[in-house]
Design a protein around this ligand. Structure first.
Ligand code: KIV
Length: 277
């Protein structure tokens, strides 16, 4: 078994400049494939809501959803760090609830770290989790759990005040003990400045090439997602088309009588059959 990726790996990557790869997974088979591909971190993102549960946003996703899917992912992974996302309102109501919920992702889910959205307003929560031995990944920029407040999925940090705030939020997360920070949908020069400013790894999604690592939703890069594809997604395969083609071929062969053939069927000895007639 290869050695598990830990927070020490992230620290070393920041020091050496080696880029980190992170992808999402929500189930056992995909998690196994992502791990097999050598990806260093697997995020069981609350994008689960949009991508596989059919919700319009991440807001309906519950702790029980996250625990169930984190468990499935963790069962399939040997090397990558498994990071469980804390869903909407699971870390805002009280420090105790945040601790209990993050603890569930590690204890029941089998994750090695958690991710949560926000800057200075969650810094005390991050500090409390880290002080209990729970590694925390921050998330700044476009925060899908705040989509109603942000007024849609759009680029963040475009004016000076917003950009300054993001830079300060990144510092606040680092000081609170976050081991890495996702930067989602922010301008390239701002992501570069944040990356050069903080001592922890930045993991970009729609934040350009200067981050210490990159993350994408795996279903997006495989061409399995439905709906609009964000500009920052690069498709490395078109599996949806390939799957529909295979399903139609199955349908055609069943309706036409070509499947199942002898090679997919089981025979009965003649003498046994004869006795049945
Ligand atoms: O939930 C998720 O998949 C995420 C990534 C887009 C970073 O937060």
């Amino acid at each position: 078994m290869s050695q598990r990726i830990t927070t020490a790996y992230f620290r070393e990557a920041k020091r050496t400049g080696q880029r980190i790869t992170m992808l999402t997974a929500y189930d056992y088979p995909l998690a196994r494939m992502v791990d097999e591909a050598g990806i260093e971190a697997i995020l069981v993102g609350d994008s689960l809501g949009n991508v596989v549960l059919g919700y319009e946003s991440t807001i309906p996703v519950t702790m029980d959803d996250m625990v169930r899917h984190t468990k499935a992912v963790a069962r399939g992974v040997e090397r990558a760090m498994v990071i469980g996302d804390l869903p909407f309102l699971s870390y805002h109501i009280s420090r105790e609830e945040a601790l209990r919920n993050a603890g569930r992702l590690l204890q029941e889910g089998g994750a090695q770290a958690v991710k949560l959205e926000g800057g200075r307003e969650v810094a005390d929560t991050v500090r409390a989790l880290v002080s209990c031995g729970i590694p925390v990944m921050g998330h700044l920029g476009l925060l899908p759990q705040s989509v109603h407040q942000l007024g849609g999925y759009r680029v963040q940090g475009k004016d000076e005040a917003q950009a300054r705030r993001l830079l300060e939020d990144a510092r606040a997360l680092q000081q609170a003990g976050a081991f890495a920070i996702v930067l989602e949908c922010i301008p390239v020069p701002l992501a570069r400045l944040i990356t050069e400013t903080v001592e922890v790894c930045t993991i970009g999604i729609g934040a350009g090439p200067h981050c210490n690592g990159q993350v994408l939703v795996t279903h997006d890069l495989l061409g399995l997602s439905l709906g609009r594809t964000p500009k920052f997604v690069k498709r490395y395969a078109d599996l949806r088309q390939e799957i529909v083609r295979a399903l139609q071929a199955y349908r055609d062969e069943v309706t036409g009588g070509a499947f199942p053939g002898a090679e997919h069927s089981f025979d009965l000895p003649e003498e046994v059959l004869a006795k049945l007639y």
